[in-house]
Design a protein around this ligand. Structure first.
Ligand code: HEM
Length: 307
């Protein structure tokens, strides 16, 4: 079987993104399965209609939905979102069995694709969360720091994000982790520039990484720069984007990886900290409101769900 990865995983950051999570109505599983199998054709049609919009989409399925769909095989590492808590910081799994991650350079194209996909599911889904994100300045988070700089580049993006020969049935799939963070920007903006920069371990305006000896054990980039036992850097491909209304501001964190275990280790390191319990100080200014783990099967897999 030739596999092809879904279009939203690899391309560089977009200027517009929608993250929509759903539950699947148990009495309408067959309809949802059929819609999943039709989704690659729907996505291709809208891409043809908007050839200049760089319109991409991924559809992800959670461990519980995978069980309902009663499919013949199971992605090796598809499991619930992990739970970690320490010093009043808590993260864990929240509701959501299916996700559409749609991105483009045109808000109207993103909307039309989301709508076409939702219609195809013909009342088999319940919407859980619907977040509209935008590119803020030069790819900054609303805390004012550039987000995504240390993402893998070029061919390394595929090596980091896509399942390979190790799980041959699910080759070209990807594990997607999603978290909606809400920021306390009033608290953040009271910090002086140096404290903000120390919190990330990077400078704000020039976006330069601190040299290692200057990085605090609490810095976000210290807590998330992990290595395996051979000293090789552990990497994920992030597609996080800000969202904002006048009253609620935050970041939809999204990462794709060939294994969810790397994300899990990073999140554990942020929340539980190092061996001495030194946590990520970024978590003092933002709170995780959701946590979801999905598998994004290849296009070939999606199409075969109608058989
Ligand atoms: C780096 C923001 C949550 C993993 C960064 C950087 C920023 C940032 C500004 C530095 C520039 C760069 O992208 O390389 C945020 C914000 C978050 C958040 C605002 C939540 C509100 C997370 C989570 C994870 C994560 C939940 C994974 C569990 C990483 C990684 C890096 C990074 C791996 C690169 C570290 C390096 O190699 O230097 N983040 N992040 N981030 N973040 Fe986050």
């Amino acid at each position: 079987m030739t596999h092809t990865f879904q279009s939203g995983i690899i391309p560089e950051a977009s200027s517009d993104a929608l993250f929509i999570t759903f539950d699947v109505k148990k009495e309408r599983i067959a309809g949802a399965k059929k819609a999943l199998s039709m989704s690659p054709a729907i996505i291709r049609e809208l891409q043809q209609q908007f050839p200049d919009a760089d319109l991409y989409a991924t559809i992800g399925i959670s461990h519980s939905a995978w069980r309902y769909f009663d499919l013949s095989a199971h992605p090796a590492e598809l499991a619930p979102f992990p739970r970690f808590s320490h010093n009043n910081i808590e993260v864990g799994e929240t509701e959501g069995e299916l996700v559409f991650h749609i991105r483009s350079t045109r808000r109207d194209a993103s909307y039309l694709l989301a709508n076409a996909l939702y219609q195809a599911f013909d009342n088999s889904l319940t919407i859980i969360d619907e977040i509209s994100c935008f590119k803020y300045l030069d790819n900054r988070d609303l805390t004012g720091f550039v987000d995504g700089t240390e993402n893998p580049e070029g061919e390394a993006r595929k090596a980091v994000a896509l399942v390979g020969e190790e799980d041959i049935h699910f080759k070209d799939g990807s594990y997607l982790n999603l978290m909606r963070f809400e920021h306390d920007l009033n608290k953040w903006e009271q910090l002086d520039l140096k404290t903000q920069e120390d919190t990330y371990g990077r400078t704000k305006y020039a976006n330069e990484e601190y040299v290692s000896k200057d990085k605090s054990v609490h810095a976000h980039t210290k807590r998330t720069s992990l290595k395996d036992h051979n000293g090789k850097s552990l990497e994920i491909l992030r597609h996080s984007m800000p969202f904002a209304s006048l009253t609620c501001k935050g970041l939809m964190f999204a990462s794709y990886s060939k294994t969810p275990s790397i994300f899990n280790q990073m999140l554990k390191s942020m929340v539980e900290g190092d061996e001495n319990g030194n946590q990520d100080h970024l978590m003092r200014y933002t709170a995780a409101k959701t946590g979801n783990a999905f598998f994004v099967p290849s296009v070939t897999w999606l199409e075969s769900m109608g058989n």
